[in-house]
Design a binder for this molecule. Structure first.
Ligand SMILES: Cc1cc2nc3c(=O)[nH]c(=O)nc-3n(C[C@H](O)[C@H](O)[C@H](O)COP(=O)(O)O)c2cc1C
Length: 213
């Protein structure tokens, strides 16, 4: 075989394997989607965990996967989600997961966490001291590219807030069912969050949800 052909073959094989070898994305285990606490029991239990309630105990990836699925996972085929979206669009609020080991964006299609950085930004994003103690912090930020597809794009900011309300309430209910603590946080440092999550131009951070045991 000619040397040039050999080299290009070797490069193609390397290119096939290298991205996955270097990628620190996390493939999530399947979320829990059946059984468990009934919705009325979860509604009766729903509450915000007090700041002092967050312990250093870990939240498993299966628990995290279930909370993320509750927030914006597929529940019917290829285009039906746990939350209602205007104009039948795909989720136009992105959910990020902030952990000790880094920052990730939830990819609802692939049920995985896409790595944004390996930095621990928990200390920087909010003034309430207990925020950093949550095992995971979910961050909700608008997706300008998808919001531009609304029939009336001027409703985007309002609709992103409405969607975040639905997503965070789903997180509250799923956390109640899983016996996890959670708390909605609006007091965050928007600029720190924008840079820590590497938000695209025009994306607005809307809320945080602390998750812990
Ligand atoms: C829009 C909104 C903003 C909030 N912001 C904060 C916040 O910045 N810090 C915080 O500790 N709790 C925050 N919370 C949680 C509320 O304080 C909590 O929901 C309220 O005390 C009622 O308690 P409950 O959720 O247990 O019923 C927020 C809740 C909502 C709905």
């Amino acid at each position: 075989m000619p040397k040039a052909l050999l080299t290009s073959l070797a490069a193609s094989i390397l290119a096939l394997f290298l991205p996955s070898a270097l990628s620190a994305d996390i493939d999530l285990p399947a979320p829990r989607t059946e059984g468990g606490t009934g919705v009325f029991d979860a509604l009766k239990k729903r509450s915000s965990a007090a700041g002092g309630d967050f312990s250093p105990a870990e939240v498993s990836l299966e628990e995290l996967s279930t909370l993320l699925w509750a927030a914006s996972g597929l529940n019917r085929g290829e285009s039906g989600w746990t939350v209602p979206m205007a104009d039948g669009l795909a989720p136009y609020v992105d959910v990020y997961a902030i952990g000790n080991g880094g920052v990730y964006r939830y990819d609802w299609k692939g049920n995985k966490l896409v790595e944004i950085s390996q930095e621990n930004i928990k200390d920087k994003i909010a003034h309430q001291g207990f925020v950093r103690r949550a095992a995971w912090i979910l961050a909700f930020a608008s997706n300008p590219e998808l919001l531009a597809k609304l029939r009336r794009p001027e409703t985007g900011p309002e609709f992103a807030q409405v969607l975040t309300g639905a997503m965070t309430q789903d997180v509250y209910l799923a956390a109640a069912a899983l016996n996890l603590g959670t708390r909605y946080i609006h007091s965050f440092y928007a600029e720190e969050l924008q840079s820590g999550l590497k938000l695209p131009e025009g994306s607005v951070p809307i809320a945080l949800m602390l998750v812990g045991k």
